[in-house]
Design a binder for this molecule. Sequence first.
Ligand code: TYM
Length: 332
Amino acid sequence: MLNDQKVSFSGIQPSGNLTIGNYLGALKNFAEYTESYKCFYCIVDEHAITVRQVPADLRRRSYEMMALYMACGLDPEKATLYVQSHVPAHAELAWILNCFTGFGELSRMTQFKDKSQKHADNINAGLFTYPALMAADILLYQTDIVPVGIDQKQHVELTRDIATRFNQLYPGTFTIPEPIIKKTGMKIMSLADPTKKMSKSDENPNAVVYILDDKDTVIRKFKRAVTDSETCVRMGEGKDGINNLISIYSCFTGKTAEEIEREFDGRGYGEFKLAVGEACADSLDPVREEFARILADKAYLEAMMKKGADEAAYYARKTITKVRRKLGFVQI
Ligand code: TYM
């Protein structure tokens, strides 16, 4: 809570091209809070360097993500959109929270286990303490809600534990945040292996639909989506591919699973896959157009990044000053 207004905070890593998983699980939902919450949406470049990045790509993607935030309906006048490394208080609070986070707690994080397997040649301390930086992001703004996909639930729960522990020692420091996870869209699966999460780092481009894919590519990828040997469009156990396509179609059209099953009763998978592809492409077309328009104006993007960073730094400073005082750091 900031000045009697509830706060929504979320972040996305500029570590690859964003997928419809990022869009449906997180980004698409960010805008709905801008009227009634004070919103902070961050491009978390400091998180991204826990795995190696090519500097030119990281820089380009940070601009692209700023443009994409806006293209997805986030108005920089109504939400604070900014780049994490522009606000040094994130790194400062992360260090402090590291001292209030258990080794055992961090060892249990499934994202750490997955990523350290995937990047076995670079299991760095930052990858391990990543959740303390994420807790700092959230707690700096006295956040009430954190809209995310299901894979981030464990990190938000750890953030709550860290904040509660800190508050027990230093009462009244942090607001305890709540994850907001939409039932439909919280875990979009790979189109090539629907038992796996759709991920921006997947090496198989057919497994992933990117927000910026053009219409033909979107439709082609959905046509190739792995399903099962049945023909009936119906949710069910062991039908991961179809369950995933029904969720995606539901997110893009607003129809329930039952309505979708009825709509495709007696029609085959081919027809259904085409409809999913078209619904997805039609929803993303305006986003892509708006993205290209905004991205072309680099000076505007930089001005908005600066404005966002100044706003975020203003609120972050209030929390960090309070934390320093509570800890007993000398203020000069
Ligand atoms: P990241 O960059 O991996 O993903 C950004 C958001 O997209 C969601 N998401 C998905 N949702 C549904 N289906 C999928 N297949 C899918 N893939 C990704 C994620 O749940 C996330 O909401 N640690 C975070 C970034 C972060 C953050 C924060 C988030 C840093 N600080 C503070 C919230 C609050 C991450 O790696 O997200």
